[in-house]
Design a protein around this ligand. Structure first.
Ligand SMILES: [Zn+2]
Length: 277
């Protein structure tokens, strides 16, 4: 599943191809969208308009157009976007295809259809869509700090890992990076959030930012079928310290623990019982 670093990579890849271009047409397989009426709405919001900005918010992509309209896109489990020449062979599952004023095409594919393309409302130029008003702060922004996390954990009995993945607390930290950050901070994922000290919150915030930045620098991810927007075979691999390493020796220097896998809220948790407390 695309996580925040992949979504950031998609935005960075799309931006030079889309910003400043005018969309000249759209075709969509309406049966593949959540509602048939969406096609007409998408056409009204996008065709004949220039792309002003492509930005990420959590795991969402916001594409803003001239005239104040915008699209809110989510890649779901398997969504991908690319910009290619119009004669490039059609792929299966290309649900929405826009033509650009330079003859290129912007294509959204999604084999498993958990992604979404919807017209959204921006309260002002450059603002977050109203649809995202309940989303928590950006993990890489100064708003996500030791102080804000400490405040958010008070009187919360849920495990710290689940709190980190709570989109209303902080936006876009998925399962892989929650596991990695807790390992980096030496904090056991099952601990009640309210039990964390301010110093632990500081370590955790630092670790979250670090793992996300590292993954963004690597250009994405851990998933093998991720496609870079220019259509190149983006095969990234970020070295993961703990995720997916059940039974293997802990990677922390000097630690002789073995990584253990448990399940929390239906998602795999990996931690080292020796060095995560
Ligand atoms: Zn360890």
């Amino acid at each position: 599943m695309p996580e925040l670093p992949e979504v950031e990579t998609v935005c960075r890849g799309l931006r030079p191809h889309l910003v400043g271009r005018t969309l000249t047409g759209v075709r969509a397989t309406s049966a593949r969208l959540r509602r048939a009426s969406d096609v007409a709405a998408i056409e009204r919001a996008t065709v004949g308009r220039a792309v002003m900005d492509v930005r990420r918010r959590g795991k969402y992509i916001v594409v803003e157009f001239s005239g104040g309209t915008a699209l809110l896109l989510h890649l779901g489990m398997t969504g991908a976007m690319r910009v290619c020449k119009s004669e490039a062979p059609r792929l299966k599952h290309e649900h929405v295809v826009w033509t650009l004023d330079n003859g290129a095409e912007w294509r959204f594919t999604d084999p498993r259809r958990f992604g979404s393309v919807v017209v959204c409302v921006l309260p002002a130029v450059g603002a977050d869509p109203c649809e995202l008003r309940d989303l928590g702060c950006e993990p890489l922004s100064p708003q996500f700090s030791a102080r804000s996390l400490y405040a958010a954990t008070r009187e919360r009995r849920k495990p710290i890992k689940n709190l980190l993945m709570d989109q209303a607390v902080v936006a876009g930290v998925g399962n892989i990076y929650a596991n990695e950050a807790l390992f980096g901070a030496g904090v056991r994922p099952e601990r009640a959030a309210a039990g964390l000290t301010e110093a632990e919150c500081r370590r955790l915030v630092r670790a979250v930012k670090q793992v996300l930045r590292r993954a963004i620098r690597a250009g994405g991810t851990t998933i093998s079928d991720f496609q870079a927007p220019d259509g190149s075979a983006g095969r990234f691999h970020v070295e993961l310290a703990v995720y997916g390493r059940a039974g293997l020796p802990c990677r922390r220097r000097g630690c002789r623990g073995k990584v253990r896998r448990t399940v929390q809220a239906g998602r795999s948790t990996y931690h080292c019982p020796k060095c995560q407390r």
